[in-house]
Design a binder for this molecule. Structure first.
Ligand code: 5RP
Length: 228
């Protein structure tokens, strides 16, 4: 039994994702510590791609520091592949995302991509989404109202804070982290909550689910493929 650390598993899966990069194309790049490993690996083949569309200011900076050109999403009609991490992924490819507060831009880039390749370690694979507190990006004036709506469904929404101040997303909005959920029908749940006034983006990715998941395990990287 191998004893790879979480960090080593992330490095492994970041490198494994290189084979999904399409030469000559612009690549969609997500956000987070696993994606950071992917970006580091991407440096070795950066001359093979035209550039990237990034889902956060943090990833943009990392890509540019390596000399990879970052395009605005509006400059690109469609991307062949989007590579990003997840906080949870189920056996159908539905995900919870937004632990790094980049969920809105992640959903936009994912929607613009033909294939979503999720890179994760085995701890992220779940039977049912909801153990990881669900990130929801909300316009500040609706924070209390949306908090009450989650309470009415038996869940607890907590404003994400850092150093006593609300965390602001790259879009200048705030994040609620919602615990106590069991999301048995991700598509229906995403549809419902996305319509609440003041909700910018919910971190359930069912409409923009993964087609492929590269899962780093103690026995190596496994490839899961999903229908739809
Ligand atoms: C950022 C995300 C990340 O993909 C997710 O939080 C996983 O991050 P990590 O690879 O650091 O575990 O959705 O908004």
């Amino acid at each position: 039994m191998s004893t790879l650390s979480q960090d080593e598993l992330k490095t492994l899966v970041g490198q494994a994702a290189l084979k999904y990069v399409v030469p000559g194309e612009i690549l969609g790049v997500g956000t987070g510590s696993t994606v950071n490993k992917f970006i580091d690996a991407l440096a070795s083949i950066k001359d093979q791609i035209t550039g990237a569309v990034s889902s956060s200011l943090a990833s943009t900076q990392r890509l540019q520091a390596l000399g990879i050109k970052v395009f605005d999403c509006n400059e690109v009609t469609e991307l062949a592949v989007y590579i990003d991490g997840a906080d949870e992924i189920d056996h159908q490819g539905n995900m919870i995302k937004g632990g790094g507060a980049a969920l809105t831009r992640e959903k936009i880039v994912a929607a613009q991509s033909r294939q979503f390749v999720c890179i994760a370690d085995a701890s992220k694979l779940v039977q049912c989404l909801g153990k990881f507190p669900l990130p929801v990006e909300v316009i500040p004036m609706a924070i209390q109202r949306v908090t009450r709506q989650f309470k009415a469904m038996g869940a607890i929404a907590v404003l994400r804070q850092k150093d006593g101040q609300p965390v602001l997303t790259d879009n200048g909005q705030q994040i609620l982290d919602v615990s106590g959920l069991q999301i048995t029908d991700p598509l229906a749940f995403e549809s419902q909550v996305s319509q609440w006034p003041g909700v910018v983006t919910i971190g359930v990715f069912a409409y923009q689910k993964a087609q492929v998941c590269l899962l780093a395990t103690a026995d190596g990287v496994k490839t899961l493929r999903f229908q739809g």
